[in-house]
Design a protein around this ligand. Structure first.
Ligand SMILES: Cc1cc2nc3c(=O)[nH]c(=O)nc-3n(C[C@H](O)[C@H](O)[C@H](O)COP(=O)(O)OP(=O)(O)OC[C@H]3O[C@@H](n4cnc5c(N)ncnc54)[C@H](O)[C@@H]3O)c2cc1C
Length: 555
């Protein structure tokens, strides 16, 4: 382990380590830089897994192509010129030894950073555990990479659907399901709806009516927990008028490569499931010994100091900070930014012996974009605005909040050019091998059909698979496979189409090894190849014996 050498000539200053480079962490470091410039005795280090800050409120605009991919990100080195930046994965926090451990970078060594003050600003994470199939098959929407992935995927779907002959397969491909009717869910559904319905104009072979955008929400109206009943009703109506199919009072209970399953058993065949629920606290924090948490959020007092941990502070989505009146601050950027300023001042106050301030912000209002140049706004004083005026406010307010003049210029230019220039639905193929993945199938779903191209090997982690072959056009079961067994090797080794159909008899979890990876292993490991060839031979012999028996029976 190497100690970070960042303390030359700064021995008397308190070393503040900020964990996380989202709104909470970056605005804390910014405020500390400003206070240090005025003589405050602090030096700042910031740890983040990316070297940029993402302006999350505009991620849906990236997805829709209204702004460029990099318009909404700000390089941390430009934003924070006097902060020591560590672009690494945080691996652990030791409150006793007062060090944090960062994971290996390009070299295999981990790194320890000692601190006098520690700021926890790690946000929350998308957590799909608990809903079968969601971790394997749902796309999250939280980061810039998520927005790009969804956009690329939607373009790929249009490309594939334009050459598919089977109308049912095409309609399945062109069905996009979004789960969650909060701010993120409605914004992503609206952006996807605008984008896909516009982009599909370039595909002559796709009937426009085949495109379906479905929003699944557990409440009676979208945004009903976030906005007044009147605005929630307006938002629900506007989304529906734009052609978004709203499945209200419905809950997603499972997902597979073939579709989404709702409570009550309804299935929506789709190749695209985006889920904006649920999010949960950052798992790194769960492992910190001695950190007080309430449902995973770090328990703070009104000064943002962590209860009972001297010199430890928390800010943003990962923190439970009371507002005046005692209610916990909601997880929004506007709260994180204000908490950060209070936090920075209180660190300096602790160093200089001054009085600490309390966080006293309750919120400026709420804004949500609904697509088609519509939005909803709830402002202080119970003022509500809806429609195009609210959309202009949405753009104006978020534009003014973008950090730095260059970001503002880029976004303004993108918005202006979007008004006059045609959209360009270009898919960015970033390549890269995917390696082994997991897949979940619901009972009755087909993993592959006889005659399909062979592209993967499947290992059964849990559940039962039925194997069948068509005899005289009718499917005939030829066996079952259980956890610990694998299938799909015969067609891969023989470089031919699938010779059988495999179907989940129960809920089924698989480890999927891509054909190219299987071939690489089989080519380089003789024993590995030999074992699979042996299995393939005995299965082929069983097939031949069965065929012979059938032929004799017919004779
Ligand atoms: C799609 C979307 C739209 C939103 N729209 C709005 C809006 O319109 N208005 C509003 O007020 N709020 C909005 N929010 C909420 C707002 O973005 C969050 O409340 C805010 O970003 C919280 O800031 P944070 O610093 O606490 O966490 P984050 O912004 O999540 O930052 C956490 C940082 O920690 C880093 N990190 C986490 N774990 C590790 C690790 N182990 N190692 C290294 N780095 C790590 C992450 O990479 C990230 O950079 C939106 C959120 C989303 C997802």
């Amino acid at each position: 382990m190497a100690a970070a050498d960042t303390d030359l000539g700064r021995a008397r200053r308190a070393r503040v380590v900020v964990l996380g480079g989202g709104f909470g962490g970056v605005y804390t470091a910014l405020a500390l830089e400003r206070l240090a410039a005025k003589g405050a005795p602090v030096e700042v280090s910031l740890v983040n897994r990316e070297n940029y800050l993402v302006f999350q409120p505009m991620l849906a605009e990236v997805l829709a192509g209204d702004v460029g991919i990099l318009d909404t990100v700000s390089p941390l080195r430009q934003l924070l010129p006097r902060t020591d930046l560590f672009v690494r994965e945080l691996e652990g926090v030791d409150l006793q030894r007062r060090v944090v451990t960062l994971g290996a970078g390009l070299t295999p060594q981990t790194l320890e950073l000692p601190f006098d003050h520690l700021v926890l600003a790690l946000g929350n994470v998308t957590d799909f555990r608990g809903i079968p199939g969601l971790p394997e098959h749902a796309l999250p929407f939280k980061t810039l990479a998520d927005a790009m992935r969804i956009r690329n995927h939607a373009i790929n779907v249009l490309e594939q659907a334009s050459v598919v002959q089977d109308p049912e397969a095409r309609r399945t491909m062109l069905t996009f399901v979004v789960a969650g009717g909060g701010f993120s869910g409605t914004e992503v559904a609206a952006a996807l709806n605008d984008f896909v319905r516009h982009a599909v104009g370039a595909y002559r072979s796709i009937p426009r009516e085949d495109v379906r955008i479905v929003l699944v929400h557990s409440g009676e109206r979208v945004l009903e927990r976030e906005l007044t009943p009147h605005l929630a009703a307006y938002a629900t109506r506007v989304l529906s008028e734009q052609g978004i199919e709203l499945l209200l009072d419905q809950r997603l209970v499972a997902a597979s490569p073939l579709g989404a399953v709702l409570a009550g058993g309804r299935r929506i065949p789709t190749r695209t499931l985006i889920s904006t629920v649920p999010s949960s606290p950052n798992p790194v924090l769960e492992q910190v010994v001695g950190l007080p948490t309430v449902r995973g959020r770090v328990e703070c007092d009104a000064t943002t100091a962590v209860q009972g941990c001297e010199g430890v502070w928390a800010v943003g989505d990962c923190a439970l900070i009371p507002m005046p009146g005692g209610e916990p601050s909601p997880p929004t950027a506007q709260h994180a930014i204000r908490q950060a300023k209070v936090l920075a001042q209180n660190i300096v106050a602790t160093q200089t012996g001054a009085r600490r301030r309390s966080f006293a912000f309750t919120g400026l209002g709420k804004l949500g974009a609904l697509g088609h140049h519509r939005a909803v706004a709830e402002l202080p004083g119970k003022i509500t605005v809806q429609g195009p005026l609210a959309w202009l406010m949405w753009r104006g307010i978020y534009w003014s909040k973008l950090p730095g003049a260059s970001r503002k210029t880029r976004v303004a230019v993108s918005w202006l050019s979007d008004l006059v220039l045609p959209a360009h639905p270009v898919q960015l193929n970033l390549g890269g091998a995917r390696g082994a993945t997991q897949a979940h199938y619901e009972p009755g779903e087909v993993v592959f059909e006889q005659g399909d191209a062979a592209d993967s090997l499947f290992m059964i982690l849990a559940g039962t698979v039925e194997v069948s072959q068509r005899v005289d056009g009718r499917p005939q079961a030829i066996g079952t496979l259980q956890a610990g067994e694998y299938f799909g090797e015969m067609a891969l080794l023989g470089r031919r189409p699938r010779s059988a159909t495999t179907r989940a008899l129960t809920a089924l979890d698989l480890l999927v090894l891509p054909g190219a990876d299987f071939a690489a292993l089989a080519d380089s490991l003789t024993e590995f190849r030999g074992e699979f060839e042996q299995i393939a031979r005995s299965r082929a012999a069983a097939d031949a014996a069965r065929a012979g028996t059938d032929a004799r029976a017919e004779a």
